[in-house]
Design a protein around this ligand. Sequence first.
Ligand code: SF4
Length: 401
Amino acid sequence: MATKQKLPFIPLTESQQSAFCRTDENLLVKPLAEEFSAVVSWQDIPEKYHHMPGEELSTRISLARQELGEKLVILGHHYQRDEIVQFADFRGDSLKLSQQAAGQEKAEFIVFCGVHFMAETADILSASHQQVILPNITAGCSMADMARTDDVLDCWDDIQQILGDEKIIPITYMNSTAAIKSLCGKNNGIVCTSSNAKAVFEWAFERGNKVIFFPDQHLGRNTGLKLNIPIDQMLVWNPFKPMGGHDDEKIRDARVILWQGHCSVHTRFNVRQIEKARSEHPDINIIVHPECTMDVVEASDLDGSTEFIIDKINNAPPGSKWAVGTEISLVNRLSQENPDKLIFCLDSIVCPCSTMYRTHPAYLLWSLEKLLEGEVINQITVDEETAKYAKLALDRMLHEI
Ligand code: SF4
C-alpha cells in the first residue's frame, strides 16, 4: 500500500496552455519561428522549415500529398487549426478518426493531426501494414498527462487491497494513454467517449458495485449526476496524497471514484460567462462539452460531445444563437460554416487547445517530405501486450454499448 507523499506534478502541456491565448481572435498561421518565440517546448525540426511562409507550406503540403496518393491518409481532429484541417482526408473526434483510418486499407501511412493518445488508439485499431505518424511528437494532451501510469497502477493496487472481493469496474476516457486503457482491459473494464459515457457507466454498474473513472473528474462527475448518483457518493482521488487523500471507510462507501484530472481548455468556462451571454442575448442557447465543470454543465441548456455540439448547431434553424463552451478552433469553424446563425465562444479570450496547436503546418510538411524521402518520422507504436488489452477495453465499448 502506498503511503509516501508525492510531489505535485504539473504536466508541461498544462503549464503551456495559455501560451497562445489571444484577445484579438487571430489564430492565423505564422512561420514556425514566430511561434517558437512564445518559449514553448516543441519538437525541433530542420531549420529550413522554421521561416517558411504559410503559402509555401500549403503549396508544398498539397504537392507532397498528391505524390503520396492513396498510400497516405491525413486525419484532422475537430480542435485542429484550419491550416491543418484543410488537408485532412477525414475530420472528426479521436475514435471516429481512428476507425476511418483503419478502414482505408490502401493507406500505409496514417498521419494523425491530433494528440499522442489519439495516435496510439489509431495504432491499436489499424492493420499491421499501417504506420501511424504524429507530426509533432510533443503534441500531448494535458488531461491524459495528468494520469501517469505508475500513479494509476498504485491507485488501482491500493483500492484492490481495501475493497477485497468487492467488484469495482475501471473505466477510462478515450483521452488517456494506451497503458491505462490496457489496465482497464485486463481488469474487466472498458473505454468510453464523451458521447457514450452514460451508457458505459450503466454497463459497468450491471457488472460491479463501484466504478473508478480515469482521468477526467468532470466528465466522470457529470456522468454520475446524470445517473442520479449523489455527489457525496463520488470522491476524487488525488494521486499526490496517500490513498488518494481518503480513509478506507470513505473509499468503501463511494460508488464512483474520480481521478483528479481535467481538461485545461474546458475548465476555462464558468457560470459568469453563461450569465453574461444570457444577459446580452436573452434568446441564446448555451451548449457546452461535459469536460466542463458541474456548475457550468448545470447552467447550460445542452451538453454533449464534440460531435453532438456540431450536429446540434449545424441542424439548428437559421437565425438561432449559440454560445459554445468548447475549443475555439472548432467554434470559429462552426461560425464560418453557419453564417446564418450567431455562434460565439463563451470565453471572450481566444485559447486554442495548446497541444493540438503544436501541429503547425511546418510539422505536417516535414513529416510528408520525409515520407517522400523514404523515412518515417515520429511513428507511434504501442507494444503488443499493452495493445492487446487496450483493444479489449476498446472492443467492449465498440461491441457491447
Ligand atoms: S481539448 Fe483538453 S482533453 Fe482535448 S486534447 Fe486538448 S487538453 Fe486534451
